[in-house]
Ligand binder design. Sequence first.
Ligand SMILES: [Fe+2]
Length: 167
Amino acid sequence: MATKQMQVPELGLKAADQKSVVQVLRTVLADEHLLYIKLRKYHWNVTGPQFFSLHELFEQQYKAIEEIIDEVAERIVQYGADAPGTLQEFQEESRLKEHPGKIPDAHDMVADIVADHEAMVRHLRDDVEVVGEEHEDVGAEDFLTGLLQKHQKQAWMARAMISGKQV
Ligand SMILES: [Fe+2]
């Protein structure tokens, strides 16, 4: 299959910088997909006295991630690049980890989701620095800062479920 030549839009950024920013966005897109799929898995498989709350929490979160996914992918296209759309690429490029064949108990599901959101906050903090300072892309810097804030809020909402009284 022929690879389409990347048409670089005139955004006031060097072509090399745009390419690097696209790479950062691809990694974020892969991370968001892994987290999305994990949230669906937990939404389907959670059991126990908190079933309904957690079933709902995971659904609310995967719906929020679904919106993020679309925004990240469309942002990649805005640089004149192609948005990746295969599970193989997402798995290869993601910084998050999956646990095939394992169904954690309700508490560990929430703890895992909290850990992933917090990992996203840490990764995005680095990504913000890379796109802002190294590549001087204030648009991407602002966009990724917004994502960082969304993950920080989701981490809090999930963490609150396992704080105090045990799930
Ligand atoms: Fe459902």
